[in-house]
Design a protein around this ligand. Structure first.
Ligand code: C2E
Ligand code: CA
Ligand code: CA
Length: 715
């Protein structure tokens, strides 16, 4: 059959064929102007032949396809080749249909395009299963690639494209309320009123309890749907609300897919959307978890304290600083005995609550700058920096032990928790963080062996000091309750090195325990200060000195040592004032010795307090002069009458040039400020000679007199 014969077919027959077919047929001229459309075109698109003729096929453009799609289409047909492809077009009523299209260029004998014939099949329903699959595949891809919750926007786009929906929204559920957070739309301009931020929370609450994708049709008559008035013009007459749930339980939000016709959402589509919903739910949960992960990686969830990782980081940094600055640091490993038992008896909730409270008690024992961390279970770690000496650490531990002496209340039960604390120190015990932790852990096991709450140092040597200090505190407490029955005051003379004449006495406390024998002040003064027991001791010295002086009838000046803490204690100053007011103490006969370190601390306060004491009639001596590394400028502003050059400089006069210079300097300052000066700890004639040579007029030391009871002194 040749061409000419084919065209002789009766045109009415052809017309009947075109009219009967279910396919959409469009014939355009070479310029793309529509010349003919068939009945199926009219039926499916809603445009009449009159409306279509004279227009171009862009009449049906849905905006689902980008310019690349049309470029490819045109490139193919301009070359005279037929084009096959799927196209999403828009009907007159704004709704969409999927068309499987073939466009065939018709060429004349010279090969020029005269017409284009487009035949298409409405495959909106036939292709759905495939489309749904493709949608899910695409969404999985998007979620896999995206790194944040912003990945939701492309997901909405994919849903819209594959389901042929004009608008897709995502509503976030937050504390039971819904808020539209993402919205994707085709041709937003036409749907401006629909896309606005109207809150459909009330409507969504209805959907919520169904827990699966639900179709709503006839939105324009749904009184709960607030945008019902513009639902028709937006082509959004029905919707599918799809819950976004993680693990099928927690509702994260809701996807809403709008559609023109209810048929869009058959069972298959609803199932696919439900699937997408749970996929999204998992994804959102995972993203949220990832965000929390940074926190989880560094903090303990029960107590809110730094966890082992953060502790380790801080320990490493602290070690770096300690090495650079030549300072020391300590690691405490704290374990709560019997905690497991409590957890088992009262349950994990009670256990967690107990841990939280234990953690806050620990906090209370530490300075804000100390790091405290929960290692896991009932184990805690503490990092102590910037302490003066080992006993400072031990006092912190004692404070912790004391803090745990009070019971915790758990579900109206009183529960006593014992703590075992292991201590390791840099640089004494180890250089590295891991080793320090291990040693502290080891020491903790030793502490567990002791009775009750206890602490132990990794280093046994250092331990002995602690035990001693603690024993002494316990004994001191007894002794004070006993009105210092085993204490007495010794006096050490201060004499003029030239005439050997007595110039004054220093009162020095002595403790002779019936069981332990003589206990040196160097062993008990510091523990007494730390345990807050120095005041009763000093009050004892005050009263003793007054008594001794009264009984002996001697007219001599006596120095009394005042601990730095007492200077700032109003109740002690009140005690002193009362004694002076009642004339039980003759202030004019008393010198109060304050160490340089104590005087310089809280400088302004110290000056005021010292001034007040001077006003009561006391003279003030600056004890241990030269040991506090204080600037002279400061020292010269202090209201003092006397300085006592520290024994350490005197004892090194012979071998150390620097010591000699300090002694000389002190003597010079004293003479230029017209202060009295006493050289402490003079033990031999050589030291004495040097002092005399440099103008020292008062010495105190074994050479000129040991401390002794007043009655035994040849005064
Ligand atoms: P300090 O105030 O520097 O007292 C002088 C210490 O040097 C006394 O020691 C004294 O016995 C000792 N000493 C005196 N001459 C020599 C010497 O030639 N060679 C040597 N090596 N030592 C000498 P002590 O009595 O053991 O007191 C030690 C520290 O205890 C005192 O040092 C003082 O800081 C403190 N202390 C003593 N009694 C009291 C007190 O009643 N209250 C307070 N707050 N502290 C006190
Ligand atoms: Ca002294
Ligand atoms: Ca001294």
């Amino acid at each position: 059959m040749d061409h000419a014969e084919e065209l002789t077919v009766d045109p009415r027959l052809l017309q009947a064929v075109l009219d009967d077919t279910d396919d959409i047929v469009i014939i355009t001229d070479a310029e793309g102007i529509i010349r003919y459309v068939n009945r199926s075109f009219e039926r499916i698109t809603g445009f009449t032949a009159e409306e279509a003729q004279g227009r171009t096929p862009s009449l049906l453009r849905s905006r689902y396809h980008d310019s690349d799609y049309y470029k490819e289409l045109w490139q193919t047909i301009l070359q005279g080749k037929p084009y096959h492809g799927d196209v999403i077009n828009r009907k007159k009523d704004g709704t969409f249909y999927f068309e499987e299209k073939t466009i065939t260029p018709i060429l004349d004998s010279s090969g020029r395009v005269t017409h284009y014939v487009s035949t298409g099949r409405d495959v909106t329903w036939r292709r759905k299963a495939e489309r749904l699959l493709r949608m899910r595949f695409e969404i999985s891809e998007i979620l896999l690639r995206s790194s944040s919750i912003d990945g939701l926007m492309p997901v909405l786009h994919a849903i819209g494209r594959h389901m042929g929906a004009p608008v897709v929204e995502y509503w976030t559920r937050n504390a039971g309320r819904y808020e539209k957070t993402y919205s994707w739309t085709v041709g937003a301009g036409e749907r401006r009123s629909f896309v606005c931020s109207v809150n459909e929370g009330a409507f969504l609450a209805i959907v919520e309890h169904r827990r699966r994708s639900t179709l709503f049709t006839n939105l324009r008559n749904n009184p709960l749907f607030r945008r019902r008035f513009c639902s028709a013009e937006g082509g959004c007459e029905s919707l599918v609300a799809c819950p976004v749930m993680a693990s099928g339980r927690e509702l994260e939000g809701m996807i809403i897919v709008y559609g023109p016709a209810p048929e869009v959402a058959d069972e298959e589509a609803l199932a696919a959307l439900t699937e997408v919903g749970s996929q999204l739910g998992e994804y959102i949960r995972r993203k949220q978890a990832e965000e929390q992960l940074t926190d989880l990686a560094y903090y303990d969830t029960v107590t809110g304290l730094p966890n082992r990782n953060l502790f380790f980081d801080r320990l490493k940094t602290a070690l770096k600083h300690a090495k650079r600055d030549n300072t020391s640091l300590a690691v405490l490993f704290i374990d709560m005995d019997r905690f497991k038992l409590i957890n088992d008896t009262f349950g994990h909730r009670a256990g967690d609550q107990l841990l939280y409270e234990a953690a806050s008690r620990l906090r209370g024992c530490l300075r804000p700058e100390d790091t405290i961390s929960r290692l896991g279970g009932d184990e805690f770690l503490v990092l102590l920096e910037n302490f003066a000496n080992i006993s400072d650490i031990q006092f912190v531990c004692q404070r912790i032990v004391n803090a745990f002496a009070d019971p915790f209340i758990v579900e109206s039960h009183e529960i006593l928790l014992q703590v075992s604390i292991g201590i390791s120190c840099y640089p004494e015990d180890a250089e590295g963080p891991a080793e320090l932790l291990r040693q502290a852990d080891q020491a903790m096991y030793r502490a567990k062996q002791l009775e009750g709450s206890a602490f132990a140092m990794f280093n046994y040597e250092l331990d002995r000091e602690v035990v001693q200090a603690m024993e002494i505190q316990a004994m001191l407490q007894q002794e004070i309750q006993n009105h210092c029955a085993h204490m007495m005051v010794f006096y050490q003379p201060q004499v003029d090195p030239l005439t050997r004449q007595l110039k004054g006495l220093e009162a020095l406390l002595r403790w002779n325990d019936p069981e332990r024998g003589f206990i040196e002040p160097s062993l008990f003064i510091t523990p007494a200060e730390k345990a807050g027991m120095i005041q009763p001791l000093t009050e004892f010295v005050f009263d003793q000195v007054s008594n001794d002086l009264r009984h002996s009838g001697k007219d001599i000046e006596v120095s009394i040592n005042i601990s730095g803490k007492l200077l700032h204690n109003p109740s002690f100053l009140e005690f002193v004032r009362q004694r002076v007011d009642r004339r039980e103490v003759d202030a004019g006969k008393i010198v109060l010795e304050i160490t340089e370190t104590a005087a310089v601390q809280f400088f302004d306060e110290s000056c005021k307090k010292l001034q007040a004491l001077k006003q009561m009639g006391f003279r003030i001596a600056l004890d241990d002069f030269g040991t506090g590394h204080s600037s002279l400028n400061y020292l010269m502003q202090l209201p003092v009458d006397m300085i006592k050059i520290d024994r350490s400089f005197i004892s090194r006069i012979a071998e150390n040039r620097k010591s000699r210079e300090i002694v000389r300097l002190a003597l010079n300052i004293a003479s230029s400020l017209e202060l009295d000066v006493v050289a402490e700890g003079v033990e031999d004639e050589e030291q004495m000679a040097f002092l005399v040579e440099n103008g020292c007029r008062s010495v105190q030391g074994y050479l000129t007199g040991q401390p002794a009871p007043l009655t035994e002194l040849a005064v």
